[in-house]
Design a binder for this molecule. Structure first.
Ligand code: FMN
Length: 188
């Protein structure tokens, strides 16, 4: 497939449609090798990865469910159950962790943007290898207890949970913005 056609047809696959098989070790390495090629001002590598697979996915879901109840003891069982199953669908969830260098001449915003590019590169690499993927955050990404549970250090942030697996069916396309409507010619 030519590159433009690939990019034009890029889309996410909802995590509920992602099943086995997930990437094998060589495929995961290939995905990461693509992802680390993103623009990175100052060559700071201000991001790292966690792979959550197998039983670890269910264990994280249990922690999420417990945390959801800690935060809201009256939470509806269906809502808590959704949290419990949040990481149990796709066979692989990659956590993209931002580790920005504070006080560096490269602003933290640029370091976080580089991490966002990493997330997107992972989506593309997954699709190029024949997998489906979705970039999700949700409350868990921003919850300090969950961040600690994942082993994040002071100043680190979750930029995304990239769910990766084999699509059970073709992913629905969504309406895309009209690029022409977004473009204005600038002149002084
Ligand atoms: C930073 C970020 C966080 C996201 N978090 C969620 C989320 O928690 N839940 C969700 O349904 N979609 C979330 N999305 C949207 C999906 O990743 C995705 O864009 C959507 O499923 C549409 O697919 P598309 O990539 O084909 O446009 C997020 C997107 C971004 C960029």
């Amino acid at each position: 497939m030519n590159a433009l056609k690939f990019l034009r047809e890029r889309r996410s696959v909802p995590s509920r449609l992602l099943g086995e098989p997930g990437p094998d070790p060589a495929q995961l390495r290939a995905m990461l090798a693509e992802a680390v090629r993103v623009p990175d001002h100052g060559k700071l590598t201000p991001w790292r990865f966690l792979a959550i697979r197998g039983e670890a996915r269910h264990a994280l879901g249990e922690r999420l469910a417990d945390r959801a109840l800690e935060k809201d003891p009256a939470a509806a069982p269906a809502v808590v159950d959704k949290d419990r199953r949040r990481f149990s669908q796709a066979p692989l969830v990659l956590v993209v962790v931002a580790c920005p260098v504070p006080g560096h001449k490269v602003p933290v915003q640029e370091q976080l943007l580089s991490g966002g590019a990493v997330c997107f590169a992972l989506l593309q690499a997954a699709q190029a290898l024949g997998f489906g993927a979705q970039w999700l955050t949700g409350w868990a990404a921003y919850d300090i207890e969950i961040q600690r549970h994942l082993g994040l250090r002071e100043g680190e942030q979750v930029l995304g949970f990239i769910h990766v697996g084999t699509p059970a069916e073709a992913a629905p396309e969504r309406q895309r913005p009209d690029p022409d409507a977004l473009l204005r010619e600038w002149s002084p």
